[in-house]
Design a protein around this ligand. Structure first.
Ligand code: CMC
Length: 392
């Protein structure tokens, strides 16, 4: 009953008003608070973009220094949290670890679960942005069987993350500035993307008044899927499976076959019906990283470039407007930086945390905010009488 609009997958439903991110999918445009993503990725640093997403304006020098100082103040996690990691099997997927540990933050930081207090909302935002890289690096170290590395607050956000992942206590570790810049760019490119599945999940969870740590844990769970944040891992696995440029046509044909569930991972987007502007920067970053590391002929990059060339001239992909998305090239870059594929989506979660929290904050501060409660078109049985079990 009821005359509801039926919109599976919400392809034509705006669930909220938002002043944070603008996307024109046909033109391939992505703006944060009005600023084009390519300008932010080229000139900005990640915490500057965080400030912009949270507060609506680029910070002045004084505001930026203050923000950096506040974030670095929160980079450590409660020492007891390390026990959470050791409760997981060594071979646990780091995204499973992230879902659990980030959700557990609400049990450690009771003060900032009070969402009615603007000060506590601000502290919760800072804690989440600051602690996510620490938790992600701990998940990586646990998986590697290496000791956890504490944050180093004289490094910037991206360099500190590389330090926590790749430094070991017994050796000197110097962060390569080219690689740190690439990491920073990856974080900027993934910082926000309006009402994607995980952000909508965070908003829906938050609409009931749930605390921000629980909401972000819900976002992480949603991000994990291969149609969303898991696509970077899936894209790299696919490139490795293809194995050689000669095999590309076979996979292209499989992607076009309606009877084959195979899709080209890292291709297509719900909103972009043009080249994903983030993919262009990601492709350039992949070349920079491989160049810096002296990797001349990366077979996966060769396959990716050739696949892109073939797909962009194929009738099926042209007709369906399927272009490479941000995840097509990020896997190659992350692999070259030294991360195992299981960490790829974790890195996406580290970056997207600011988008999630900025959108959560915007929603909580909206005076017209209501609990999210979609309706349905009921397709089940009409009313009928209960039949005692002996008579069924
Ligand atoms: N390979 C082959 N065919 C595809 C692909 C693909 N990657 N993507 C879409 N199609 C076809 C699909 O079969 C459908 O054909 P038809 O109209 O004949 O049924 C048509 O294009 C439209 O696809 P859809 O699934 O209805 O579109 P959607 O907006 O629901 O899905 C998507 C968008 C991103 C889930 C999808 O393109 C996909 O599965 N891509 C591969 C996974 C991927 O790379 N995801 C990352 C997205 S970007 C980062 C992020 O959001 O986290």
């Amino acid at each position: 009953t009821g005359a509801f609009t039926f919109d599976p997958g919400f392809t034509s439903t705006a669930s909220c008003e938002s002043a944070i991110t603008f996307i024109d999918g046909d033109a391939g445009i992505l703006l944060h608070r009005g600023y084009p993503i390519d300008q932010l990725a080229e000139h900005g640093d990640f915490l500057e973009v965080c400030y912009l997403l949270l507060y609506g304006e680029l910070p002045t020098k004084a505001q930026k220094d203050d923000f950096d100082r506040r974030i670095t103040h929160h980079t450590m996690v409660h020492e007891q949290m390390s026990k959470f990691f050791t409760g997981f099997r060594r071979d646990a997927h780091p995204m499973a670890v992230m879902c659990g540990v980030v959700g557990a933050l609400s049990a450690f930081y009771h003060d900032s679960t009070d969402i009615s207090d603007p000060y506590q909302r601000m502290i919760a935002s800072m804690r989440l942005i600051a602690k996510m890289p620490t938790i992600a690096a701990m998940a990586y170290k646990y998986y590697k069987g290496q000791p956890f590395m504490y944050p180093k607050n004289d490094l910037n956000f991206a360099a500190n993350f590389l330090h926590m992942c790749f430094a070991v206590p017994c050796e000197e570790y110097k962060v390569n500035p080219v690689l740190a810049r690439a990491m920073e760019r990856i974080f900027i490119l993934h910082a926000d993307h309006e009402q994607n599945a995980s952000t909508s999940t965070v908003r829906l969870a938050g609409s009931s008044g749930a605390n921000p740590f629980a909401c972000i844990a819900a976002g992480i769970a949603c991000l994990w899927g291969p149609a969303h944040g898991g696509a970077n891992e899936a894209a790299l696995t696919m490139l490795a499976e293809i194995g050689h440029v000669d095999h590309i046509p076979e996979y292209i044909e499989r992607a076009k076959d309606k009877n084959d569930p195979f899709r080209l991972m890292g291709f297509g987007h719900r909103v972009y019906k043009n080249y994903d502007p983030r993919a262009k920067i990601m492709q350039m970053t992949a070349h920079e990283v491989l160049g810096e590391l002296g990797i001349k002929d990366d077979p996966l990059l060769d396959i990716a470039m050739e696949m892109e060339k073939i797909a962009l001239t194929d009738e099926y992909f042209i007709e369906k407007k399927l272009y490479p998305n941000v995840d097509f090239y990020s896997g190659i870059t992350l692999k070259a930086l030294g991360f195992p594929t299981t960490m790829f989506t974790v890195l996406f979660a580290v970056a997207r945390t600011v988008g999630w929290i900025a959108q959560w904050k915007e929603m909580i501060e909206d005076p017209h905010q209501k609990i999210g409660r979609p309706r349905q078109l009921y397709t089940g049985s009409p009313e009928r009488d209960y039949v005692p079990i002996a008579k069924r």
